[in-house]
Ligand binder design. Structure first.
Ligand SMILES: Nc1nc2c(c(=O)[nH]1)N[C@H]1C(S)=C(S)[C@@H](COP(=O)(O)OP(=O)(O)OC[C@H]3O[C@@H](n4cnc5c(=O)[nH]c(N)nc54)[C@H](O)[C@@H]3O)O[C@H]1N2
Ligand SMILES: Nc1nc2c(c(=O)[nH]1)N[C@H]1C(S)=C(S)[C@@H](COP(=O)(O)OP(=O)(O)OC[C@H]3O[C@@H](n4cnc5c(=O)[nH]c(N)nc54)[C@H](O)[C@@H]3O)O[C@H]1N2
Ligand code: SF4
Ligand SMILES: [Mo]
Length: 745
């Protein structure tokens, strides 16, 4: 395979060959990513969705030496959190994958093989499954942590080239709820805000969000607010963010829906609604108003465990402050009734006219660096560009832009993550390709996963490291370049497109995900479909065409350099970019929000009030399992399953190195548990050993464990929101007891 030889030679050969773009040099038509020229290169951070810009300082050969936050970028204004400062460290880790690994059937071990053998094993096994069981027996689980062009190429390759139908990504664990909630309420998955809203609000209401830990630089923006804002934090836990709030609302876990309906009712009773806005720009409010009759304050007090005075106080803040913004994250999205809870937040913003103005909005903060990109271009739930697989006209339109036959695009809806896992269990799915996610740690109810994995005929894992829990289970591991070793676009929480630059060479034979997908396409025999996808930037131009005339239209962007010159560009950015089409903004604006004109993306341009009766959480504590376990982010230095952040000496020093459980002092006393004692936390599904952190930040009857340790998901209960199918990671019944011995270290 000479194209492959060329590719591998180009990436390991002299540096200068990387600096020259030579289209057509490779049989694949693949243009190697250029290393940035010496000096500095600005690149968007590849961890969280804040999207901070980092200035990477380069040696004469164009390779990264170190970095500092970019003072001129409108997002982070010269700031970065520990992960950003340490972003280069995971690239230099000693356990980086440098060759493909294939499991030897005799020894049962993963052994280094050439790319030729790896690609042959991939296609032979997946083709055999396809021949015997059809395309629906193949699936992938991907990510919100690779660049948008890679996501789109993977989605198009798998679905249009290889005949897959049921594919999903870790965005399901994270943003599926926001996606569905916005789509149903606004007509398109469109978070309306800009980070300037953090500074321009008179009141900020955070619901199930802990930005001090999870989005530290967004929190810095809140701290820059000069309007003496009220900061209300609705979280059962007294988090770092709650401690910094003007009002912490420690509601009973998963009583948010009742609370939000109760607040809507209080606002209605006070006459604090904006009827003119409701009449002009929304539908279904009269039905919502009637529905609220069943939410008197007594019910809210009883269900949330909050005093009536607290409820009145929140209602008063919303009613009296001129600019109120609502922000939510995983405390809302990960719930058995998540979509309706997110929509209850949207309803509050709509009924009080807190949308489309500075400092307002019903604002979902995304999680991963490119969660927003995966929502638009993952090609899982929605067809590329936010289109609908079930719609004939949409399929034809997308096929025409891509130059493929509409028949290549499946019309069936994709299964969600949990349905794919169940599909493996029932034998419907036989081949699985996992890209840039660590399923065997992060998926809910882990106990089942190793058994289910046994039912797969072939598991491919594509990662930077072979040491992850999932890679260890693979039949084939493909070595991927990471952030900083390739280029492309990430979209942050405020819809801002930012550029990631190549500032370092991937080790050994590791290739960018983009190059790997191109190789697979070639080996599968559908390479012709992707002839125009010669580089990430060429792919970007195709995605621009797909975005045209969609709400996310960014066809007016001239290329990566343009994005960088502008300090990132928020969508929409249509071509020609006429300010008149969205009254408020012009191409030079660095901050833009949606819905200033009160026009939404539904057919009649009205936002829709959606609501449902609250339901009890699926697994309630009882006499045997008396505690409710909450899980989430532990520190700003830890990222998810740790495959990247654990590789930094600095970050490791900033975070606990073993699993802990937070428990209230009254419970600890009763159970004879002292600080640092070893304890066992058990659920109906599994057991985890941890050391006790005795702290009043968790309420009696509740426990908190950080998700960064694999044992936590042995405990979690698999329940899912019916609309978004997002897992409810933050509520399951457990018991805790003291083990002998204390924690050392
Ligand atoms: N340092 C760091 N930063 C990260 C990440 C990371 O791994 N590490 N991950 C990124 C990703 S992908 C994501 S999605 C975000 C997540 O960001 P966040 O959602 O802010 O973080 P979590 O800790 O998962 O959950 C937020 C809060 O929800 C609360 N909560 C639990 N149950 C309920 C409930 O019933 N009601 C309410 N109102 N609140 C509840 C929890 O106590 C917790 O404090 O962080 C991003 N940023
Ligand atoms: N109990 C509990 N579980 C949870 C949550 C919770 O709150 N509680 N939160 C959920 C949420 S919101 C999320 S987003 C998930 C996250 O869960 P995961 O996605 O499983 O976590 P990560 O550790 O981020 O895994 C990303 C993997 O991609 C690899 N990688 C990084 N960059 C690249 C690249 O460029 N190419 C390739 N091929 N690989 C790369 C990394 O090495 C790593 O192994 O966890 C979910 N799980
Ligand atoms: S806040 Fe998020 S984007 Fe900014 S430096 Fe930290 S991890 Fe990176
Ligand atoms: Mo997430």
């Amino acid at each position: 395979m000479s194209a492959l030889d060329d590719l591998l030679h180009a990436r390991t050969g002299p540096m200068t060959s990387d600096l020259v773009q030579r289209p057509g040099d490779f049989g694949l038509g693949l243009v190697p990513a250029r290393l940035a020229p010496a000096g500095t290169a600005a690149s968007i951070c590849g961890f969280c969705s804040t999207g901070c810009s980092l200035k990477i300082h380069l040696n004469a050969g164009g390779e990264a030496i170190n970095l500092s936050p970019d003072p001129d970028y409108p997002v982070n204004l010269g700031m970065a959190c520990p992960k950003g400062w340490e972003a280069l460290a995971p690239l230099a880790a000693t356990d980086r994958l440098t060759t493909p690994l294939l499991r030897n059937p005799t020894s049962g071990k993963l052994e280094p093989v050439s790319w030729e053998i790896a690609l042959a094993a991939f296609t032979e096994n997946f083709r055999r499954i396809h021949r015997t069981h059809g395309g629906r027996a193949l699936s992938f689980l991907s990510t919100g942590q690779i660049v948008m062009e890679e996501m789109a190429l993977l989605g198009a390759l798998a679905k249009f080239g290889m005949g897959m139908v049921d594919v999903d990504s870790n965005t399901r664990q994270c943003m599926a709820t926001s996606h569905v909630a916005y789509k149903q309420s606004f007509g398109f998955d469109a978070p309306p805000f800009t980070y300037a809203d953090f500074e321009e609000s008179d009141a900020l209401i955070f619901i199930g969000a802990n930005p001090c830990i999870a989005h530290p630089i967004m929190w810095q923006r809140v701290m820059m607010n000069r309007r003496s804002p009220e900061i209300v934090v609705i979280d059962p836990r007294r988090t770092e963010t709650a401690l910094a709030a003007t009002l912490h609302v420690p509601l009973r876990p998963k009583s948010d829906l009742t609370l939000l309906y109760g607040l809507a009712r209080l606002l209605l009773d006070r006459g604090a609604i904006k009827q003119s806005y409701l009449d002009a720009h929304t539908e279904n409010f009269p039905a919502f108003r009637a529905f609220l009759a069943d939410f008197p304050i007594e019910r809210i007090v009883a269900d949330t465990g909050l005093p009536a005075a607290t409820l009145h106080r929140i209602a008063e803040i919303i009613a009296t402050r001129e600019r109120v913004s609502f922000w939510w994250t995983m405390g809302v999205n990960q719930s058995h009734e998540a979509t309706r809870t997110a929509q209850a937040i949207i309803n509050l913003a709509l009924m009080t006219g807190n949308i489309g103005r500075p400092g307002t909005g019903a604002n979902s903060i995304t999680g991963q660096c490119n969660a927003m990109g995966s929502r638009l271009f993952g090609n899982a739930t929605s067809l590329l560009g936010g289109y609908d697989f079930a719609n004939d006209a949409h399929r034809t339109h997308v096929a025409n832009i891509l130059g493929i036959t509409p028949a290549a695009i499946p019309s069936e809806k994709s299964w969600a993550y949990d349905q794919i896992i169940d599909g493996i269990d029932t034998g419907a799915i036989k081949g699985l390709w996992v890209i840039a996610t660590n399923t065997a740690h992060s998926w809910i109810n882990q106990k089942r996963f190793p058994e289910i994995r046994q039912k797969l005929d072939f598991l491919v894992v594509q990662d930077m490291y072979a040491t992850t829990e999932t890679a260890q289970m693979a039949d084939l591991v493909l070595p991927a370049a990471g952030w900083g070793e390739k280029e492309g676009i990430l979209i942050n929480s405020e819809r801002r497109l930012g550029v990631v630059r190549k500032v370092s060479r991937a080790p050994g034979q590791a290739l960018s995900d983009f190059a790997i997908f191109k190789l697979v396409a070639e080996a599968w025999g559908c390479g012709a479909m992707f002839r125009e996808w010669t580089s990430p930037e060429a792919a970007f131009r195709i995605l621009q065409k797909l975005s045209r005339e969609q709400p996310c239209d960014f066809s007016g962007i001239q290329g990566y350099d343009h994005i960088q010159q502008q300090g990132g560009i928020q969508w929409p950015y249509p071509a020609p970019h006429v300010a008149a089409s969205a009254s408020e903004w012009s191409s030079s604006d660095t901050h833009r929000r949606l819905f200033a004109d009160g026009k939404f993306f539904t057919p009649d341009e009205r936002a829709i009030f959606l609501f449902d009766e609250p339901r009890p959480m699926p697994e309630l504590p009882d006499a045997d399992w008396p505690f409710l376990l909450n899980t989430g982010r532990g520190t700003s230095a830890q990222w998810h399953t740790g495959s990247r952040t654990n590789k930094s000496d600095v970050l490791r020093k900033l975070a606990p190195t073993s699993l802990y459980v937070e428990i209230n002092p009254s419970d600890a006393d009763r159970l004879g548990i002292a600080h640092n004692d070893r304890v066992a936390v058990r659920s109906r599904r599994g057991e985890a050993e941890a050391f006790a952190v005795v702290t009043p930040t968790v309420q009696p009857g509740q426990l908190f464990m950080p998700m960064h340790f694999a044992a936590v998901n042995l405990l979690t209960f698999p329940s899912f929101d019916p609309h978004s199918r997002q897992p409810s990671y933050k509520a399951c019944a457990v018991a805790v007891s003291r083990l002998s011995g204390r924690h050392h270290g």
